[in-house]
Write a protein that binds this ligand. Structure first.
Ligand SMILES: [Zn+2]
Length: 174
């Protein structure tokens, strides 16, 4: 048994070393231009996820998308909170940086709409959201009720997004 961590190790410490290793393995197995599917956890929309713990409590869990880390690992650049990494290959679990591009929230929304990943709102049912879209909603400074109405979800869902996509200190990838 190891003690629960009390400081935020960040994805660079827990995930950054792993993501490049996975990238190298996938490149060797499938070739530089192939689809590199993230072999570990995925979220409900199919994106690869890297999770880490910043404290002992359950709510001290943080996560970020594997393709986002892959882009940062390849370019050596960090990303701002409003810079989104989109797929040219329309394959959410793919982490091949050659298939990824950085876009604004508007680009990301347009991209998801074009690919049918952001369906029309269905009354009484939350839309299926990609993590990037959830992040956009979480950063929306308006009241929970107004944002929830706009996105077709409950205020509780928006509150959860805000917890999960809490801004991180500058210079640290989300
Ligand atoms: Zn791809």
């Amino acid at each position: 048994m190891t003690a629960a961590p009390t400081t935020d190790p960040g994805p660079w410490q827990t995930g950054h070393e792993k993501v490049p290793a996975v990238m190298a393995r996938l490149a060797a197995a499938h070739g530089a231009d192939a689809r590199w599917e993230w072999p570990r956890s995925r979220n409900r929309t199919g994106y690869g996820v890297v999770c880490w713990q910043v404290g002992p409590r359950k709510r001290d869990k943080r996560s970020t998308s594997a393709h986002r880390l892959a882009w940062m690992a390849r370019t050596g650049q960090s990303l701002g909170r409003l810079q989104f990494v989109c797929h040219r290959c329309d394959n959410p679990p793919c982490i091949n940086p050659a298939h990824l591009f950085v876009g604004s929230p508007q680009d990301n929304m347009a991209d998801m709409t074009a690919k049918g990943r952001r369906g029309p709102p269905r009354p009484g049912r939350p839309r299926l959201f990609a993590p990037e879209a959830e992040r956009i909603a979480a950063l929306d400074g308006r009241s929970l009720r107004v944002v929830a109405h706009d996105y077709g979800v409950t205020p509780g869902t928006v509150a959860r997004w805000r917890r999960e996509h809490r801004p991180t200190p500058t210079g640290r990838p989300e």
